[in-house]
Ligand binder design. Structure first.
Ligand code: NAD
Ligand code: UGA
Length: 473
């Protein structure tokens, strides 16, 4: 079975880059990425590639090459499903906010809506591919919706479906590289012809040994497990970082020492402000929910502790900032460097910066927030408050309540600042003019580096108090 027409429902952080790379590597396949969000689609079609809705190194170049040739973005969901022989479901699967399983289970509302759209609009044989991260046995739900449509439809004999699981392992900021050179591609399914059809697409650029075939439930569970293991490493190293600070050890040295053990490995051992991103927390909570559902309460508790440690760690950082600034930050000026959940992305979902900034605002601080890729509008949404109007600074000073401002020029913000807090590892923060900062800041001036971005040697000659994550020395 040779795939000629693909439709991907969901033009987000996964759907967009994934389809761009497939289009780039498979010029004979026509790919239509569809979404209900008109604004997002408009931005995918923007002539100015700086306006793409997602910032990923290498993405704009690929979009430039393929868009309008074999890569298309539109809101024509029904029509594109009808014309496709393979449909990827790449929509959001956030944690449920209410109802059964609220706070832990994944909300499959959008996935179910897609399954119904496919059921109503598909024609001929359609392979439905789960690209979204889903709880184990979701394929069963999708299949039963698709099968019901065959029973209802007048032309049922012309419709047939097969469901595959093909979870995505890309990380934001390195998405294009991860897609071009994946560690593995995972395909779960039962029908060999469909599995082969999807494998053939990937084999255009991924070697055969890296394309793994499993049963559909293993594939769904492997995705949740991979994220849980990765997040667990971060909570582990952040827990050890706190112990380093208390004991005089240095977490970077501990990481290097344990990472040299090939059984442990050196990746994902950087202590930081706590993991963020749209998926780690939601996927672990989903795993917790599944474990509870199957009566495995100890398993549920084990994984839940990874999330609990992460939340505690974020609060620990905001508390230690306040403590070091003489126990009160009311009216103090604190520069926040970085709001994205990690470097090289404009994504702020679950960013540690959100909780840390909210905590500091609750204590009455005046935050000057900088991020090279995150917009002021996004920060307003995340913090749930408007920035201070320049003209109202006096009001701020009078009532002593916390407030914030968005800044473009870091150097200009140094004047009379009490502290600088580094929360995202943007390369440009390595180039900060510390001499100028020292000259302009109010003394005693503090630097809090939660990303180990600063080499202590670079600020040794300056008059700063310096806190670095996991540094007890
Ligand atoms: P996203 O929120 O960026 O994008 C999802 C898109 O789906 C949105 O643009 C939304 O408008 C669209 N959508 C929702 N319902 C729709 C419908 N019925 N019809 C058409 N469009 C619809 O989400 P994302 O970050 O791309 O994540 C998608 C899935 O991939 C999630 O399950 C996530 O867990 C998983 N995942 C994400 C990443 C990541 O790095 N973000 C990595 C691997 C896997
Ligand atoms: C993560 C996984 O790495 C991907 O494999 C997966 O596909 C994706 O989730 C998903 O399912 O959404 P992502 O969230 O984009 O990717 O980013 P990561 O690089 O994993 O970072 C997650 C968080 O952990 C960030 O806040 C990052 O700063 C933090 N982190 C990471 C550390 O604090 N220390 C580290 O050593 C590594």
């Amino acid at each position: 079975m040779k795939i000629k027409n693909i439709c991907c429902i969901g033009a987000g952080y996964v759907g967009g880059p994934t389809m761009a790379v497939i289009a780039y590597k498979c010029p004979d396949i026509q790919i239509h990425v569809v979404d209900l969000n008109e604004d997002r689609i408009m931005r995918w079609n923007d002539i100015n590639l700086d306006n793409l809705p997602i910032f990923e190194p290498g993405l704009a170049e690929i979009v430039k090459r393929c868009r309008g040739k074999n890569l298309h973005f539109s809101t024509e969901v029904d029509m594109r499903i009808r014309k496709s022989d393979m449909v990827f479901i790449s929509v959001n699967t956030p944690t449920k906010k209410y109802g059964l399983g609220a706070g832990k289970a994944s909300d499959l509302k959008w996935v179910e809506a897609c399954a119904r759209k496919v059921a109503n609009n598909a024609s001929g044989h359609t392979i439905v591919v789960e690209k979204s991260t889903l709880p184990v046995r979701t394929a069963e739900v999708i299949k039963s919706i698709l099968d019901a449509s065959k029973r209802d439809s007048k032309d049922s004999e012309l419709k047939s479906f097969d469901v595959l699981s093909n979870p995505e392992f890309l990380a934001e900021g390195t998405a294009i590289n991860d897609l071009l050179y994946p560690d593995r591609v995972l395909i779960g399914g039962e029908n060999q012809l469909s599995i082969n059809a999807l494998s053939e697409i990937y084999s255009n650029w991924v070697s055969k040994e890296k394309i793994l075939h499993t049963n559909i439930w293993s594939s769904e569970l492997a995705k949740l497990t991979a994220n849980a293991f990765l997040a667990q490493r971060i909570s582990s190293i952040n827990a050890i970082g706190a112990l380093c600070e208390a004991t005089g050890a240095d977490v970077r040295e501990v990481s290097r020492a344990i990472g040299a053990d090939s059984r442990i490995g050196s990746k994902f051992l950087d202590a930081g402000p706590g993991f963020g991103g749209s998926c780690f927390k939601k996927d672990i909570l989903n795993l917790v929910y599944l474990s509870e559902y199957f009566g495995l309460h100890e398993v549920a508790k084990f994984w839940e502790s990874v999330v609990t440690l992460n939340s505690w760690h974020q609060t620990r950082i905001s508390k230690l900032i306040t403590k070091n600034l003489f126990g009160t930050i009311s009216g103090k000026k604190i520069i926040i460097l970085g709001f994205a959940f990690k470097g090289n992305t404009n994504d702020t979902r679950e960013s540690a910066a959100i909780q840390i900034c909210k905590d500091l605002l609750d204590e009455g601080a005046f935050l000057f927030i900088h991020d090279p890729k995150v917009s002021k509008e996004q920060i307003i949404k995340d913090l749930g408050s408007e920035p201070l109007d320049q003209d109202n600074k006096q009001i701020f000073n009078l009532n002593g309540k916390g407030n914030w401002e968005f800044i473009n020029d870091i150097n200009e913000s140094f004047f009379e600042a009490d502290a600088i807090v580094i929360l995202t590892e943007w390369e440009e923060y390595k180039e900060i003019n510390w001499d100028l900062a020292e000259k302009r800041m109010r003394k005693p001036a503090w630097i809090f580096d939660s990303r180990s971005l600063i080499d202590p040697k670079d600020i040794k000659k300056n008059d700063f108090n310096f806190w670095r994550i996991g540094d007890g020395s």
